[in-house]
Ligand binder design. Sequence first.
Ligand code: NAD
Length: 436
Amino acid sequence: MKITVVGTGYVGLVTGTCFAETGNEVTCVDIDVNKVAKLSSGQITIYEPGLEKLFERNLKEDRLHFTTSLEEGIKDAAVIFLALPTPPGADGAADLSFVLNVADQLGKLITDYKVIVDKSTVPVGTAAKVTAAIARNAKVPFDVVSNPEFLREGVAVDDFMKPDRVVIGTESERARKIMGELFAPFVRQGNPVIYMDENSAELTKYAANSFLATKISFMNEIAILCEKLGADVDMVRKGIGSDDRIGKRFLFPGIGYGGSCFPKDVQALVRSAEEVAYDFKILNAVMDVNEDQKLFLLPKIKAYFNGDLKGKHFALWGLAFKPNTDDIREAPALYMIEALLNEGATVTVFDPEAMNNVKQQIGDKITYADHQYTCLDNADALLIATEWSVFRTPDFSKISAALKNKAIFDGRNLFEVSRMKELGYHYESVGRTPVL
Ligand code: NAD
């Protein structure tokens, strides 16, 4: 099938590459001239495990193309995916201008029947708005489908190739058939393709992300209670997670959720609720808890240094909002850095993939180490913000040799408390007994 993907970011590039991998001919469209030039010349623009190999193969096989021209990109396409940004607007509601702008252009450009698929995360009613925007100018029939994307950055290729489920929101039989055909190779193991109306599909995505964010904030509050009551959150986590109704996943406390999805999607759902005069109480609390959680370690760090961080120097491991990605959007590490700088401290950072993105965003306010151990030189303490595997079993003798104080503040609970006690560290984490 000939497919177009409009928007070649994290979702668009994975979508386009994976559709090409199943034999489709794919053209990805983006307004970012540099991005398109890089991708066309075989240079990948994001870090996502497993993506580069598929990208190179499909580029070589001539099944994957890139262009800045929407008109050229949609020529002969049967299906056009919109993987465009939907950032929060000033009031926190999803900004639909990217999506509606492209929809408006599509209305003028399409010359035969197309299925236009919303893959961006968009509030209920957007499929209707996209339909109206296209219909203003379109002279040919078309269908708009809501097909929310559930991939997780860091395992995006696996998630796309073997999705737990595919949600397709459409009431058009014609579009349903085409979408079913397109997704058939991805659900051969029997995972469901769930057909529903457009509104339900749109809400499904927000409900999924908001539920997951709720799980995180809930566990973060349990962790706070653990510390206050003298319990161990790891034990509580295992104790509740073995109940099938709760499940083992997503029960890890930490220094808050970040990324390009949870913060904006929870906020957008709260705004959607407000628009229909409903106060979504739980989600307001989820956001409040997360806001506080980002700086959860700060009072502990300050207490260790007798309330004064002026002139102190910190090593920070982990910048990406989670491991296996270079994405730093809303990353808790950035909030920690800002807070430390405001306290008069200095920071040297190391991250396996996200350093360039941070350099671009905050430049020389901090220093960048080229290795996780050189990052520690002369630091007063080590802070951990992202649970990259390479940080899990470090050489502790190198850590203690480089640090001025044997102090680690771990926002991701990477190390066993008992081990840290044995090694003689001052070790504070989230919801577990501190080693003081
Ligand atoms: P992104 O910012 O990485 O990519 C968006 C791309 O769209 C950029 O390359 C940008 O240059 C391009 N673009 C902007 N305007 C354009 C236009 N008029 N024409 C062509 N291209 C244009 O965003 P993303 O992370 O891929 O997210 C896209 C959507 O998917 C969002 O709605 C997001 O909420 C949703 N989503 C994201 C994830 C994720 O993990 N990143 C997962 C599921 C859903």
